[in-house]
Ligand binder design. Structure first.
Ligand code: RIB
Length: 322
C-alpha cells in the first residue's frame, strides 16, 4: 500500500503589500517624503505557506482572493512557489486584500490592511474542504479571516490527527471553544498579554520573562499544549503546558532591514519541520534561524529562506560556537 502524502495546510489571508521604506514613520498629520516604494506579495497566510514550502514541506493553501489582477498575481506566484492552490476560492464581489506598510530604517513596520475577499471565506466553504483539513499533518490558521470560519476549521481539524496551530494575529477576541481545540498558539509578546487580558485572567504583576511565563501558564490551563511567544530579535519562549516547562531560544544576531513577515516565516518554517516529524525544540530552533535570515531581506514572501540556506546557516553557527 502506498503511504499517503503528508502535508502542511495553511488557511488564511493573501494580500498585496504596498511597502514604503523610509528613514522614519510619520506622526499623525505629518508627511514624510523620500521613501522607496516596493510592491510585494504578502498576507499572513500566504506568507506562512511560502515559508512552509521553501522549508521543504508539501504545502496546501486555502484562502479567498478577488477576481482581479492582484488575485491573478497572487495565484500565479504561489503556484510558481510549488504550493498546491487547487482549493483557492475567488470572490466575485470583494477585491483582493491589500496592505499598506511603512518600514523605517531599523526595519520596523506599521501595517494597515483592507482585507477585502479574505473576510468572505465562510464556514460553509470550509465544510466543503473537510477531507483536506482532516488529513493534514499540520494545520495553521491566523486571524485575518472571520472568527466563525476559524472555529469551523478547528472543529473539522479536531476529527483528524494533525497539529492544530493558531497564530492569533491580528489579535481579537477568540472564543474559548476555539482555544480549547488548539495544540500550539504562537502570539507575539503584545498579542500574548492582550489575549491574557481578553480571556479575563488576573492582571499580571511579574515583569520580563516571568511575565511571559505567567501569561503562558494561565492561557495553557485552558488545555493548550504549547504557547510559543515570539520576541522579535530576542527569539522566543516556548511554554510546554503538559510538562509545565519553558525554554528560551535566542536567535543569531543580524542587521534587520525589513521585519515584515518575520513572524510568518517562523510559523511556516516551524509547521514544515513538525510535518517532517521533528520535535518541537528542533522545529523552533530551525524556525528561529529561518526568521533571522528573512529580516535581512526586503518583502514578505520573497524574503523567506529555502531549507538549504537555513541548514547552512545552522552549520555556520555551530562552527562559530566551537
Ligand atoms: O505579517 C505580515 C503580513 O501582515 C503582511 O504581509 C501583510 O499583508 C499583513 O497581512
Amino acid at each position: 500500500m502506498t503511504k499517503k502524502a503528508e502535508y502542511v495546510l495553511i488557511i488564511g489571508s493573501s494580500n498585496i503589500d504596498l511597502n514604503i521604506y523610509s528613514k522614519r514613520f510619520p506622526n499623525p498629520g505629518e508627511t514624510v517624503t523620500g521613501g522607496i516604494f516596493k510592491q510585494c506579495l504578502g498576507g499572513k497566510g500566504a506568507n506562512q505557506a511560502v515559508a512552509s514550502v521553501r522549508s521543504g514541506a508539501n504545502t496546501i493553501f486555502i484562502g479567498k482572493i478577488g477576481i482581479d489582477s492582484f488575485g491573478n498575481q497572487m495565484l500565479s506566484q504561489l503556484i510558481d512557489e510549488g504550493i498546491n492552490m487547487e482549493h483557492i476560492l475567488r470572490d466575485p464581489q470583494e477585491p483582493s486584500g491589500v496592505a499598506f506598510i511603512l518600514i523605517n530604517k531599523n526595519g520596523e513596520n506599521m501595517i494597515s490592511v483592507a482585507p477585502g475577499a479574505n473576510f468572505r471565506l465562510n464556514p460553509e466553504e470550509i465544510r466543503s474542504k473537510a477531507e483536506i483539513i482532516k488529513n493534514a499533518n499540520s494545520i495553521v490558521v491566523q486571524m485575518e479571516i472571520p472568527t466563525e470560519t476559524i472555529q469551523e476549521i478547528f472543529t473539522i481539524a479536531s476529527k483528524g490527527n494533525g497539529f492544530k496551530i493558531l497564530n492569533p494575529a491580528p489579535l481579537k477576541l477568540i472564543p474559548l471553544e476555539v482555544l480549547e481545540m488548539v495544540d500550539i498558539i504562537i502570539p507575539n509578546e503584545g498579542e500574548l498579554y492582550k489575549m491574557h487580558s481578553l480571556l479575563g485572567f488576573e492582571e499580571l504583576i511579574k515583569v520580563g520573562n516571568q511575565r511571559i511565563i505567567q501569561a503562558s501558564k494561565d492561557i495553557s490551563s485552558l488545555g493548550i499544549g504549547y504557547i510559543i511567544t515570539t520576541l522579535g530579535n530576542k527569539g522566543c519562549i516556548i511554554f510546554d503546558g503538559k510538562k509545565d516547562e519553558f525554554f528560551k531560544i535566542s536567535p543569531p544576531k543580524v542587521k534587520a532591514i525589513d521585519t515584515v513577515g518575520a513572524g510568518d516565516c517562523f510559523i511556516g518554517a516551524l509547521a514544515s519541520m513538525l510535518n517532517k516529524g521533528e520535535n518541537i525544540l528542533n522545529a523552533v530552533e530551525f524556525a528561529t534561524v529561518a526568521a533571522s535570515i528573512a529580516v535581512t531581506r526586503k518583502g514578505a514572501q520573497e524574503s523567506m529562506p529555502y531549507f538549504s540556506e537555513v541548514q547552512n546557516r545552522i552549520k555556520e553557527l555551530k562552527l562559530q560556537k566551537r
